[in-house]
Design a protein around this ligand. Sequence first.
Ligand SMILES: *Cc1c(COP(=O)(O)O)cnc(C)c1O
Length: 362
Amino acid sequence: MAWPRLSIDLDAISANAFEVCRRCAHQGISVTAVTKGMSAQPPVAFAMLEGGCHSLGDSRLENLVKLRQAGVKAPLYMIRIPMLSQLPELIRWADGSLMSSLLVMEKLEQCCAAARIHHKIMVMVDLGDLREGLWPHELPLFAEALKKCRWVELQGVAVNFGCYGATLPTREKLEFLVKIRDELSREIGRPLPTCSGGSTSTLELLEKGQVPAGINNLRVGEAILLGHDTNTGSSLSWLRSRTMYLEAEIVEVRIKPSVPIGEIGYDATGGLPSYNDRGERLRAIAAVGRQDVQVDYLEPLDPGVEILGASSDHMILDVEAMERPPKEGDRLRFSINYSAMLMLTTSPYVAQRVTGRSARPR
Ligand SMILES: *Cc1c(COP(=O)(O)O)cnc(C)c1O
């Protein structure tokens, strides 16, 4: 056993996937589970599929390769607009991808033709979040180019909310997306099956019955993995939020003053720190640091623990208020947010323990 360690409850994740899928299915919406938050770890992906998600999406080609090699049979989607340099690999591993560039789409067609591989695309439309996506008025030109494609197959349209612009989805914006899909279908001359109305942040609208007919797919990561919606700041009450936690081992416990002694310069991260004088306090050091996670994304689960800061390998805790102070070798628990999950599952120094019945390849 090694620490720091991330404990992941696969049953909770699978239960969340089931609940998201159940609510979406009521409105004719399929769920693409987004695995990037956990570096596409196969057991987590299988738990998502077990919950009823019909396909998987990830932003990294390496992750899609990992999923396929682990035996995932479900469709795999690249949900970051692809790099030109990765197209030949992309079409080998992904069934489809999101697209927002005419140039990339034309190169994709060439690659697909050369390899004789069909590839699905969803056109990203920017409805104000200002990350990726075509402006609606650019779509006719895109449609013209698509008509010439033999190997690239347009499946539909998709939109992002809450990424760069932190915009929230609305009924009006989603109705507009459906309209764009219908216009594009007319221009292409065949019905486009898919209209993907965003991610976790659209679930709140779904709950209120405000997702218009025509929207038939969502790409959901955070709600399934953490039962939480960062964009609205809400824990989704109908999902399980205790899906995972971090455990770190205590390596020093000592009483120390709350203000450093001597002249103060820049800290380990290049910041100029300031300190509150609270007198002498019981401190503990946990063996986890900025190389693993940004510690302000952690929330202590043990009462009386306060995170003071961290350098690359040491997290400093105030444990004065703990009823039973920790000693070296003890482990404390922390809940994590989406950003912490991203970092912790990327650090090679963080061990993992998965609990819950093991999901098998399908
Ligand atoms: C990350 C991502 C998602 C999933 O977002 P969540 O907030 O985790 O549900 C969906 N679509 C795209 C394009 C993404 O990059």
